[in-house]
Design a protein around this ligand. Structure first.
Ligand code: HMG
Ligand code: MG
Length: 299
């Protein structure tokens, strides 16, 4: 069966905007977060407290977070890779953080300048301290399906990293298809493997990038398997202008269109969400790649 309700974990302001080549003014980012909340999204990943040289697009996290942190009823998770990141998030009163591990050595090195084990060792005290502060902690696992350097990623390798993050105390694990190569059978196989590893499906979220147009099919496979938290980015934001193969996340509008059709509750107003993405596309100077945004805005 399918879940009666899905919680959408909106990542546009973080995963989407971290990939923009142009600098988006902090006022525009704050307005984006406010409009997403106004459209009914209850979890909006706002920014990252990472090294500003590694992700200059989000170097304004200290300015942005206080501009949006007062929104009632909205969870605003932020990415923190290490103790320095957690310090910065705690100083601003963040209530929810995410660490981000990799299932592959190549991406751990590229994204975190660490081996897989070194990255997990870096996260452990961060998760412990966040839990002590009463924060909710999400653990991302990138490259769960395929890796641009290593190809297909063995299920056991992914399951091992997931189990270690769960044991550390992460409340939720988000399975990342960073380069969007997953297909539904692979999703089902990974979820089966995680079940065998003892990771309960109630703690899982899925995070699909839409490179090959499979994100929605993959999501449906995950819903059928009992997953009820889905990551998406408004308008399908994301993608690096210098790497043609990299694209944005599953568009939140495409997801809501499907869930509405299935009678699955999300609390999201598709009209207001689409208007937000049309507005954001104007700010960025190019149209949204989301089919649903295009269909609804040309009506
Ligand atoms: P490093 O160069 O190894 O850093 O980078 P370090 O630990 O050696 O520290 C070097 C200096 O950086 C020190 O300063 C630190 O204080 C400073 P110094 O003492 O030399 O003056 N520093 C910081 N400053 C501010 N904030 C911090 C911070 N940390 C250290 N948090 C590091 C290691 C982890 C910091 C770096 O690799 C990094 O920031 N990486 C982040 C990369 C990133 O954000 N990637 C995108 C998010 S992941 C993603 O998009 C995937 C996802 O969407 C899921 C999916 O699709 O798969 C989540
Ligand atoms: Mg991502």
């Amino acid at each position: 069966g399918l879940p009666a309700r899905v919680r959408i974990h909106e990542v546009g302001p973080r995963d989407g905007l971290q990939n923009e080549s142009a600098v988006v003014p902090v006022e525009t980012k704050a307005e984006f977060v406010r409009r997403l909340a106004g459209a009914g999204l209850t979890t909006v990943e706002a920014t990252s407290f990472v090294h500003p040289k590694w992700v200059p697009q989000l170097a304004d996290a200290e300015q942005l977070f206080p501009m949006v942190s007062g929104l009632p009823g909205v969870r605003l998770p932020v990415l923190v890779p290490n103790g320095r990141g957690l310090d910065r998030a705690l100083a601003l009163g963040a209530r929810e953080v995410a660490v981000f591990a990799s299932a592959t050595e190549s991406f751990a090195k590229a994204n975190l300048n660490r081996t897989v084990d070194e990255a997990l060792a870096m996260f452990e005290p961060v998760v412990t301290r966040a839990v002590e502060h009463g924060l909710r902690v999400r653990g991302y696992v990138s490259m769960c399906f395929g890796d641009p350097w290593e190809g297909a990623v063995p299920l056991a390798q992914v399951a091992g990293v997931c189990r270690r993050l769960a044991e550390m105390g992460c409340d939720e694990l988000s399975l990342g298809d960073t380069i969007g190569v997953a297909t539904p059978g692979h999703v089902t196989a990974l979820l089966d493997a995680l079940g065998e590893e003892g990771v309960p499906v109630s703690r899982l979220a899925v995070h699909f990038h839409d490179t090959y147009g499979q994100a929605l099919s993959n999501t449906l496979a995950a819903l059928r398997h009992g997953v009820s938290v889905v990551d998406a980015s408004a308008g399908g934001l994301g993608g690096c202008p210098y790497a043609k193969s990299a694209t944005g996340n599953l568009a939140t509008e495409d997801l809501v269109w499907m869930l509405d059709g299935l009678g699955i509750e999300t609390g999201v107003d598709l009209g207001r969400l689409t208007a937000t993405s049309v507005w954001m596309a104007e700010q960025l100077g190019r149209p949204s790649p989301s089919r649903t945004v295009r269909a609804l805005s040309h009506k």
